[in-house]
Design a protein around this ligand. Structure first.
Ligand code: AGP
Length: 614
């Protein structure tokens, strides 16, 4: 997600814009820019790759005067982070500037149509298509900028929050939204526009939350007028803000980690959007389509990753083997890079990394490329080192993950790996049509299934109080949920500092069962799948030795409810996608236990969000 700020009033717009960008930097920080209309009637646009402080240095010697402007801090989705792709984007005529947060899904079609009309593009972004479309409509129909904006937005498919300034209306700021948030702040003789209220709250507590398909027209003569994209007047509903800046950056949540856990319905929707249709069972991953032969002829796949991403890789292995019928190995990148592996051009290496900056994973990629393997990335940060080092890849598009403990990135990675397996299975003809349709339907339902699962939060918050005493935890799972057990254990240990181990449930009898006693809680991931009977027996083995069991079960499973000490009920989900759902109560359990232990869940001791050193 990106950050947008707009201002019109009596202050120096630049000062308000830059301060606002700093407030929004948690939303994205790979490039930033501002556009102001100067008192002399000049549209000054300054933008640069890097953080907001880099933009400030860039603007040090520039003309930043003016009392109206827009600004943007970017989280790249289309086009690498660089100066050209940074926002604001200015139309070729040099009179309209625009900033955008969201994804225009039909930008390719629109761009081709505009290029056929002779228009030349400078960037790779979907946003430039929008500002060029606005200028094109204005030039060809002679309408006002506002009408051109309105007409352009009616042609757009996807999500947007935009702010627009233009020299033909130097006293007017335009904002509009669809599926991406936009807030208007009403001050004394000044009006603010922003992606959320954090840049606004220090100036005014009077805000208006724009609704989908609404356009805000903010001018010196009339502080606020709202119409719809079909040109109907809209109600102005003024709210009063009651949150601190810090709380606002976290979306009202006490911690980024909890915010990111609760973002997962949206982030998974963003992850699959444009890749699976609203109906049917088509999966479209451009990285796979462009490298079809590689996947068709690969001898094997080696997945390299670290930490949570390695857990996602274990699930990816099962998905690719079961659906794509291709041999898969999963390696810790830190081990792989020193293992002198048997690897050549017949192999594919898949590198999984949220940050795209993990040193061990990057080193593993370099080695794989030296041995001729085709390297495919599954990353979150667009334009990151790993994304740039791989031959191709698929971004997970879950937005910036600030909390050190990875949550939404994990579910995004597994979701992309499921789509990758479906795409490979389709290419190789190894997937049954009905199976594919069922899994694609399961992917489409994930956001609503996650929403249902998040309703466990209060129960888990209460349950967590029972276990803050524990010095050790055991997490057990089978099949797709053995990696989910490893991930649940990692979540707990990295933020609560309680030692936790994940194990394949059937492995207990080969030693770990000696650990079981009343002091050792065991979390068992036991959805109603093919291993259900087996996992019941594993639970009984733990109970028989006096252990307490928290079981993650499919809603309505009375058998396990009878034998476990506590049950956390999740909705039915296709087995191969189940870890995406079962991991969520474990994220919440770790979070609430850590909070009750007084730990700093967003910045746990000894850890960093991205391990860029060996
Ligand atoms: C997970 O909660 C940890 N923050 C850590 O294990 C992390 O997954 C690992 O460092 C890999 O990071 P990456 O995905 O950015 O490469």
């Amino acid at each position: 997600m990106c950050g947008i700020v707009g201002y019109i009033g009596t202050r120096t717009a630049y000062d308000v814009l830059v301060k606002g960008l700093h407030r929004l930097e948690y939303r994205g920080y790979d490039s930033a820019g501002v556009a102001m209309i100067s008192p002399e009637g000049k549209l000054n646009v300054y933008k640069t790759q890097g953080k907001v402080e880099d933009l400030e240095r860039f603007c040090d010697s520039k003309d930043t005067a003016g009392t109206i402007g827009i600004a943007h801090t970017r989280w790249a989705t289309h086009g690498e982070p660089n100066d050209i792709n940074a926002h604001p984007h200015m139309a070729p005529g040099g009179r309209i500037a625009l900033v955008h947060n969201g994804t225009i899904e039909n930008y390719g079609v629109l761009r081709e149509a505009l290029e056929r009309e002779g228009r030349v593009f400078r960037s790779e972004t979907d946003t430039e298509v929008l500002v060029q479309l606005i200028e094109y409509i204005k030039e060809t129909s002679g309408c006002s900028t506002l009408d051109a904006v309105r007409e352009a937005l009616r042609e757009v498919v996807g999500a947007y929050a935009i702010a627009v300034v233009d020299l033909d209306n130097p006293g007017t700021l335009i904002g509009a939204r669809k599926s991406s948030p936009l807030v208007i702040g009403l001050g004394e003789e000044e009006t603010f526009l922003a992606s959320d209220a954090t840049p606004i709250v220090e100036y005014t507590d009077k805000v208006v939350y724009l609704n989908d398909d609404e356009i805000a027209i903010i001018s010196r003569s009339e502080p606020l007028k709202i119409i719809t994209t079909d040109n109907q007047p809209s109600q102005i509903d003024i709210k009063t803000l009651r949150m601190s800046v810090s709380e606002l950056e976290k979306g009202g949540y006490p911690h980024f980690m909890l915010k990111e856990i609760f973002e997962q319905p949206r982030t998974i929707n963003d992850c699959v959007r444009g890749r699976i249709g609203n109906s049917g069972s088509q999966v479209t991953l451009s990285g796979v389509i462009e490298n079809k032969d590689k996947f068709l002829n690969a001898r094997r796949i080696v997945i390299v990753a670290c930490g949570t991403s390695w857990h996602a890789g274990l699930i990816g292995k099962r998905l690719l083997q079961e659906i794509g019928r291709i041999p898969v190995e999963v390696e810790y990148a830190s081990e792989f890079r020193y293992s002198n592996p048997i690897l050549d051009e017949r192999d594919i290496v898949i590198a999984i990394s949220q940050s795209g900056e993990t040193a061990d994973t990057l080193a593993a990629i370099q080695m794989a490329k030296e041995r001729g393997a085709f390297v495919y990335g599954v990353c979150n940060v667009v334009g990151s080192s790993i994304a740039r080092a791989t031959d191709s890849g698929t971004y997970i598009h879950v937005g910036p993950e600030i909390g050190v403990a990875s949550t939404k990135a994990f579910t995004g990675q597994v979701t992309v790996l499921a789509m990758l397996a479906l795409a490979v299975g389709s290419i190789k003809g190894t997937i049954d049509k009905q199976v594919k349709a069922d899994v694609v339907k399961g992917l489409r339902n994930l956001p609503s299934l996650i929403t249902k699962t998040l309703k466990l939060n209060d129960q888990i918050e209460r349950l967590s109080a029972t276990y803050t005493y524990a010095k050790n935890f055991l997490y057990l799972g089978r099949g797709y949920n053995f990696p989910a057990a490893l991930e649940g254990a990692l979540k707990l240990k990295e933020i609560s500092y309680i030692h936790a181990e994940g194990y394949p449930a059937a492995e207990m009898k080969h030693g770990p069962i000696a650990l079981i006693d009343r002091e050792l809680p065991t979390v068992v991931i036991a959805p109603d799948d093919e291993m259900h009977e087996k996992i019941i027996s594993n639970i009984q083995q733990v109970k028989a030795r006096g252990g307490s069991v928290i079981a993650v079960i499919t809603k309505g499973d009375e058998t396990i409810r009878e034998i476990a000490d506590h049950v956390l009920e999740i909705p039915q989900v296709p087995e191969c996608l189940s870890a995406i759902i079962t991991s969520i109560p474990l994220q919440l359990l770790a979070y609430h236990i850590a909070i009750k232990k007084g730990c700093d869940v967003d910045m746990p001791r000894n850890l960093a969000k991205s391990v860029t050193v060996e």
